[in-house]
Design a protein around this ligand. Structure first.
Ligand code: ADP
Ligand code: ASP
Ligand code: MG
Length: 445
């Protein structure tokens, strides 16, 4: 079994959906297709939820109507025979009636994920009908029946596999299964999400659950680039990344992959291929356990970082001080990303600020606290990076850009820098120039 995931732009127009069909048809054996919502749809659903929260019902009705029209239009382009077209649109109307009913209830945060995941329900339905009309053998699976993921950090893929197994037909190996990305059932048995961009994570959770031979993530770019192409010119595709490199880059902001995409497949050693739906013949990027080349590989950046400094004379030679600080973060279930220490101060960063106030309240007992919001972690990654003699070049950016913290040596594969978010783009550009565009490295890559 292979798992193929197609993102929002890959299912964003009738033309790209035709490409998706050809990609699926060109591969033998049984496949599980994970689809996102059409591009832009989840953002509209977020808007609906915002208006639901504030009781702005007239705007909700308008947005629902335009979303319905969008899905009718794509159905008209994909399914032209009248009978099937009408019956598909009838079902779409019923789904939208359900959405409207959800927004007419009294607002509760638990309804929000049901609305947010609606785009995936629509897209998978339309796509499976389209494949059926084209004569392919398909089976639409409801992810809410098996995507039981209570712990986002560590999904129980064996459980997902057990729940999924009864829906799979072991006698027909050429079947194309289709299911929704993004959605999960949480520990309260409620519909929830895997967070924005979560369909990549769905694909690897299902890949691990099925002991799949490979996972293909089809998107709108030719593979993983060595820097963020939205901010930096002349980035280039990497033909191969190790699981660890990809995990680090995704966790530290590379938008091409949801931050947790890689973790479910590392232990099963299932390769992930990143491919471009619009140029399917291009080689893409392979993510696996193979180490093909060592040294500097790529750069990514994660926004929304808050730096907290705890300054205390008591820290001087006091054992147990750090333990107490960490206990505060543990108590408030908040992960720390970066840490630097000096004799009298410790600086650390968090990205989840939901419990910032109680954390600060507790930290006050240990010293003077300073908080700086709106920072970004820039992560430079490569197997054995620290042993690469070119790595020193990354410190040249200190000449031009204020760097708030540096983490070097925590792992030999990564160096992280903390900068104010307003300096992120110049920092990414300067690092790209220093690390990848000097003449000798151009030859090496
Ligand atoms: P999908 O909708 O298919 O999930 P995404 O928009 O989530 O696609 O991810 C693909 C986008 O990620 C690319 O179009 C690109 O702009 C952005 N991106 C950010 N960093 C990288 C990177 N290092 N390599 C490739 N693409 C990246
Ligand atoms: N549709 C969801 C989002 O836009 C999930 C995904 O595309 O991966 O976040
Ligand atoms: Mg994505």
């Amino acid at each position: 079994m292979k798992v193929l995931k197609f993102g929002g732009t890959s299912v964003g127009s009738a033309e790209s959906i035709q490409n998706v069909k050809s990609i699926i048809a060109s591969q033998d054996g049984s496949k599980l297709i994970v689809l996102s919502a059409m591009s832009g749809v989840t953002n509209y659903l977020v808007e609906i939820c915002d208006n639901f929260r504030t009781g702005n019902s007239s705007v909700i009705a308008e947005t629902i109507e335009s979303l319905k029209q969008k899905h009718f239009n794509i159905t008209d382009e994909l399914i032209t025979s009248e009978k099937e077209n009408l019956s598909v649109k009838k079902h779409i109307s019923l789904l939208f009636e359900g959405l409207t009913r959800l927004t007419q209830q009294d607002f509760s945060e638990s309804i929000v994920p049901q609305i947010l995941t609606f785009g995936e329900t629509l897209m998978t339905f339309i796509f499976s009908e389209f494949l059926k009309v084209s004569g392919m053998k398909t089976c639409l699976l409801d992810a809410k029946k098996f995507m039981y993921v209570s712990n986002l950090e560590n999904p129980d893929t064996e459980k997902v596999g057990r729940l999924l197994a009864p829906f799979l037909n072991t006698t027909n190996v050429d079947l194309t299964y289709i299911t929704q990305g993004f959605v999960r059932i949480d520990k309260f048995n409620r519909v929830n999400t895997l967070n924005r961009g979560g369909s990549d994570f769905t694909a690897t959770i299902l890949g691990a659950a099925l002991y799949a031979e490979e996972i293909q993530i089809w998107t709108d770019i030719d593979g993983f680039h060595n820097n963020d192409p939205r901010y930096v010119e002349n980035t280039h595709r990497l033909s191969h990344l190790t699981f660890e490199e990809a995990a680090e880059l995704a966790y530290f902001g590379a938008k091409i992959l949801h931050p947790q995409t890689v973790s479910p497949v590392i232990h099963r050693n299932i390769p992930i291929f990143l491919k471009n739906t619009f140029t399917p013949e291009a080689p893409g990027t392979k993510i696996s356990s193979e180490i093909t080349n060592r040294g500097l590989k790529a750069i990514s950046a994660k926004d929304g970082i808050t730096a907290i400094k705890i300054k205390s004379n008591r820290m001087l030679m006091a054992h147990g001080f750090l333990k107490k600080i960490f206990e505060v973060f543990d108590k408030h279930e908040t992960a720390i990303d970066m840490i630097t220490t000096s004799e009298i101060a410790i600086s650390l960063t968090i990205d989840d600020t939901r419990n910032l106030d109680p954390i600060l309240e507790d930290l006050k007992a240990y010293g003077e606290i300073t908080v700086e919001m709106d920072h970004s972690i820039i992560c430079v990654v490569g197997e054995g990076l620290i042993e690469d003699k070119e790595t020193y070049r990354l410190f040249e950016i200190l000449n031009d850009i204020p760097v708030r913290m540096i983490s070097y040596g925590g792992s030999i594969n990564n160096v992280s820098l903390l900068v104010a978010t307003k300096n992120k783009i110049p920092a990414l550009q300067a690092l790209h120039k220093n690390l990848f565009q000097v003449q000798d490295r151009l030859v090496a890559y």
